[in-house]
Ligand binder design. Structure first.
Ligand code: HEC
Length: 258
């Protein structure tokens, strides 16, 4: 019985955390629709994920050579540009950080990200990566709009720069009383302001994060583009089969009719 109660609490926790935004009446600040047929974007995303994220996060349900095959990356490029934690293309993507150490450093073990876009949704991950802001109250001096008190550092700060959170009371969209007339349009109601630019412009950073999330969406469902590619071929095959069957039927019945 105790076990059942535990399970129930865990389940309730999941439901609550999943719908926290809906319940709070807050929409996610940004949205992003992955396009896993865009190979160039996936390649950029894979490269950037390995460079900026794989130090802490694993993608342990995905193998390097699977990425190579699916994204058209030759083995030598795979080895030189993507594989930092292993030299066997058949290996899973593990992080280079021991789980124990990262727990001690960040207070949290960085979770595996293979299925992250399925668990949280692409919009959430996209918003997460764009809404880090300076917060002196946090141990690392940084907080996040969609994951409050996140213990991940803003690893992309050199690219994005630093944002600060605007005073909530000054934010018209929070109160929804016809606030759209007085400013706010500049940041589309997202209460963050870039105060120190990074090496990328906001537009470039948006695209950079988009590629990353696109790659993560691919990683969560690597068979998807193949599956959608197989569909039309299967239909074509069935059409030919149907035509053949039709003529075969005609052939069989010809002698019977006459
Ligand atoms: C220095 C280590 C480190 C690096 C590098 C890092 N992360 Fe994290 N990440 C963390 C930690 C620690 C957490 C746990 C945060 C928490 O739950 O408070 C986390 C959490 C996350 C989450 C939220 C997981 C969830 O559902 O709660 C996402 C998404 C994420 N990281 C994506 C990325 C991406 C994408 C990159 C590369 C651009 C990256 N991280 C680089 C340490 C890191």
């Amino acid at each position: 019985m105790k076990r059942f109660a535990k399970l129930l609490t865990a389940f309730a926790g999941l439901v609550v955390s999943g719908s926290a935004f809906a319940a709070g009446g807050h929409a996610l600040p940004y949205s992003y629709t992955p396009d896993t047929s865009n190979l160039a974007s996936l390649q950029r995303g894979a490269r950037d994920f390995m460079a900026y994220c794989s130090g802490c996060h694993s993608m342990k349900y995905l193998r390097y050579n699977r990425i190579g095959q699916d994204l058209g990356i030759p083995d030598d490029v795979l080895k030189s540009s993507l594989m930092f934690t292993s030299d066997k293309p058949g290996d899973m993507i593990l992080s280079s950080m021991p789980a124990e150490a990262s727990k001690a450093w960040f207070g949290q073990t960085p979770p595996d990200l293979t299925l992250e876009t399925r668990a949280r949704g692409a919009d959430w991950v996209y918003s997460y990566l764009r809404t880090f802001y300076v917060d002196a109250k946090r141990p690392l001096g940084v907080n996040n709009l969609v994951l409050p008190n996140a213990s991940m550092p803003h690893v992309l700060w050199a690219l994005q720069g630093w944002q600060v959170k605007l005073d909530e009371h000054a934010e018209p969209s929070d109160h929804g009383e016809g606030g759209h007339a007085d400013g706010g349009g500049e940041h589309h109601g997202v209460p963050l302001k870039l105060v120190q630019p990074g090496s990328l412009t906001p537009d470039q950073y948006e695209k950079f994060v988009g590629d990353l999330v696109n790659f993560m969406a691919y990683a969560a469902e690597p068979g998807k583009s193949i599956r959608t590619g197989v569909g039309p071929k299967a239909m074509f095959y069935l059409l030919i089969l149907l035509t053949l069957c039709y003529f075969l039927k005609k052939e069989f019945w010809r002698d019977i009719k006459h």
